[in-house]
Design a protein around this ligand. Structure first.
Ligand SMILES: [Mn+2]
Length: 453
């Protein structure tokens, strides 16, 4: 009975596909444990996702070397003494066998084995740079320029398309994420603090054996896009924006955002902006299918928001002009979404543009659209987040007004009236199918009826 998420043949097939494409040796580095304030008091160990994808083993201090004739796992076998601290563990050799790897050698033998034409990925941890420098006899400052573009491309092409089994792991993760979001909604009342709700979410995730796939956002200040503080007490006129997702033991991430009124009743223009955000999200989701460009879908969502906000007097003129000029980004200042998989922003360590802009579409240089992490063509089997938002960011409104940006298109006095409104975002995880899409996981409360009382 394998302890790994996939059978040994899955890992073998993944490696075969990769080596047949590269035809020269490949080195994939697993992560080390990292000390917080001294070596043995370490951060929670997180394995490198590419290593996990091709080698399966969620343990520190391993390296896999793949070449045409054989695959070698470099790592030090557990000692009898280590069992004193960890309890009995299956040998590294037995664990490697579950990933279809029959040859295990100690780390000390690595230097003699690694060929100079070995392909490797961009390191994102200092110790990996030093290891690559040592193994391949290149100065640390030159490691980055020796990274294999061919290997980057090949890994992205494999990992970006999810198998049915990977999708089912993503849905396991979404099942717990649904519990989190709905528990949060049910426990949100005037007088609660963001800190209490954060605590409830930590408890809920942990009690399902999950960790967060990124630091959760639970805030009444939804206009602060990556708000990671929990300092406020909630009032009845507030909305809470919760952006959180977990990963299960298989390692696949989820990334869901909901925004809802604290006591279940919208006040003022909250419902108008909620419904407009939802309309933009639904429009975008419906446009997902293989061969569609995600940049065009971003533009569609932005157009829905621009149209609604023109009617309400925030923008003037024609929606297409409001979008193509970039003026719309005063309200919707980030990208529509990103690829998701083992990483919440899938494979961004291989280069955001390598993942998101490979092909004829290039990244916009305009504020707002430039933050779109993925703009290229969709393929069957990709999983994307779709997460439009509407925000009133007082600092941005003041800054644009001062610069007199888009004076004919933006009604600044109207924006200023709403400067304490906050922000709304709605996010789901969508599988690209041949002619259509599938929203992954069981539906999580989202309609006005479901989020109000
Ligand atoms: Mn996201």
């Amino acid at each position: 009975m394998s302890r790994l998420p996939f059978s040994s043949s899955v890992y073998q097939n993944r490696r075969n596909l990769l080596i047949n494409h590269i035809n020269e040796p490949i080195l994939l580095l697993g992560n080390q444990s990292v000390g917080i304030n001294y070596k043995s008091n370490s951060y929670r160990f997180v394995q490198d996702s590419t290593f996990l994808y091709f080698a399966g083993l969620n343990l520190p201090n391993l390296v896999i070397y793949i070449h045409q004739e054989e695959v070698i796992l470099f790592g030090n076998e557990f000692t009898v003494e280590s069992a004193v601290w960890t309890g009995p563990l299956p040998t590294l050799r037995d664990q490697a066998a579950e990933a279809g790897i029959s040859k295990v050698l100690p780390l000390s033998e690595m230097k003699n084995m690694v060929a100079s034409n070995t392909h490797f990925l961009p390191p994102y941890r200092g110790n990996h740079t030093l290891l690559l420098s040592d193994l391949l006899n290149i100065p640390p400052s030159k490691v980055e320029q020796n990274v294999s573009q061919k290997l980057i491309r090949a890994v992205i092409n494999q990992r970006i398309i999810k198998s049915e089994q990977e999708i089912s792991y993503m849905e396991d993760s979404l099942a717990v994420t649904k519990i989190l979001h709905e528990t949060l909604m049910n426990n949100c009342l005037t007088g609660k603090t963001e800190a209490e709700l954060h605590g409830l979410m930590l408890q809920t995730a942990a009690s399902h054996g999950c960790t967060f796939s990124y630091r959760p956002i639970i805030t009444k200040n939804g206009q602060i896009l990556h708000n990671e503080t929990y300092l406020n007490t909630l009032s009845t006129e507030d909305m809470v924006l919760a952006d959180m997702g977990v990963q299960t033991a298989a390692g696949y991430a989820s990334d869901i955002t909901r925004t809802f009124p604290v006591d279940g009743k919208f006040v003022g223009e909250q419902q108008f902006f909620y419904e407009l955000t939802l309309k933009a999200q639904q429009q975008a989701i419906q446009s997902i299918k293989s061969n569609a460009n995600f940049l065009s879908i971003h533009v569609e969502a932005a157009t829905v928001i621009a149209e609604g906000m023109i009617d309400a007097g925030f923008f003037n003129g024609d929606a297409a002009e409001v979008v193509h000029s970039g003026a719309y980004a005063l309200a919707f200042s980030h990208g529509l979404g990103h690829a998701i998989g083992l990483d919440v922003h899938d494979m961004e360590n291989l280069g955001e543009d390598n993942v998101g802009y490979n092909g004829e579409i290039s990244r916009s240089d305009k504020f707002g659209m430039a933050y779109l992490r993925f703009g290229g063509k969709l393929s069957e089997g990709m999983v994307m987040t779709v997460e439009p938002g509407i925000y009133f960011i007082p600092e941005l409104i003041a800054s644009w007004k001062k610069q007199n940006k888009f004076p004919t298109l933006i009604n600044y006095s109207k924006f200023e009236e709403y400067s304490s409104f906050g922000g709304i975002r709605i996010e789901d995880n969508i599988l690209v199918t041949k002619d259509s899409y599938r929203i992954l996981g069981e539906p999580i409360a989202k309609s006005v009826e479901e989020i109000t009382k």
